[in-house]
Design a protein around this ligand. Sequence first.
Ligand SMILES: *Cc1c(COP(=O)(O)O)cnc(C)c1O
Length: 389
Amino acid sequence: MLKKNRLFTPGPTPLLPVAQMAMASYGAHHRTAEFRALFTRVLADVKEFIGTANDVLVLTSSGTGFMEAAVSNLTSPGDKVLVLSAGKFAERWISLVKAFGCAVETVTAPYGETFSLEEVGRKLTPEIRCVYVQATESSTGARHDIESIAKLVHALPDTLLIVDAITGLGTTHLDVDAWGIDIIIGGSQKALMIPPGLAYGAISERAWQRMETTESPRYYFDLRKERKAAAKAETASTPATALFAGLAAALDYVRQLGDGSLPAGRDALIANAELCAAMTRAGVEALRLKLFAPSSPAAALTAVTAPAEADSNIICKRFREQFGAVVANGNAEMKGQLFRIAHIGYYDYLDTIGVLAALEHVIAETTDGKVEFGSAVRAAQDVYAKVRN
Ligand SMILES: *Cc1c(COP(=O)(O)O)cnc(C)c1O
């Protein structure tokens, strides 16, 4: 059969065709009225998409660039910070805060699980300057309870909360201002359906104030410099102009999903991811496979433990070679142990049913035909039918 190349990876995600068209034709110089108009519109739309009254910035970098900015701008060497760590992306926070000389405390949970709030509460002392966490840990498929964590953090007068929501935004309800998230971070190649290259985020007034006193070195990722430039509808250096054009088109698409309301469109995108995830979990369990993060699964992606008969290297290879589907392997030491199917952004019913039908074949081949064809698809159909009715 023909194979269409399809990404089921938790970033990059499938591209929105109308955004691809917008990018292909965009050639304006960045110091022009034309780009300033685009830039202004994108910042206003990103603000609505995030759902915040805080200042928003869009940086030309991958998501990690904004993560670095959230460390270099908010800390001084020697500052005590807390990282909540249960996966590879949390470990990135640990490496980052160490690179900037912070004294790091951690609350850890095993891969696939989320944190004990009691332990978070115990580790939160007034000397902690910043708390760093993921909304959804893309390496394990777990969702963390940001609302409850935020309540604990804001019991302290002067501790900032920084949330890597790179796969959380657009897949998970996050009430940024009501919960008091001081910096929230997203990336273009996730729910916003365009290629990698832009990171976006919202920054609270408390975080801006902190930046006035911190002493870590920063240059490209100096957020104060970007804020000043943004006030004039500019960026400090050359932005990825074509990606801005793509982002504008993607945000228009989200607005259409909400019949003219961007927040409603964002909520529709979240509901879509939640439904794709619920269908996928039901399908996976119908095949008697184990979810890797069963107690707190994210809508961003579903991580599945590889069955005893086959490691996930083989599973990912079969998906790719037989069906053209790029499913993500486990990261680093989780490679071989699990595979990950994403629901972030531009996925629909047929994508979800299709990947589950393919999964039936992939698992049938690795378990000597013990799979009843249609079982995963049927379970997903039942979930879909319930939501529809
Ligand atoms: C993708 C991702 C990142 C990294 O973003 P880059 O754009 O690759 O730098 C960080 N955190 C999470 C949770 C992610 O899913």
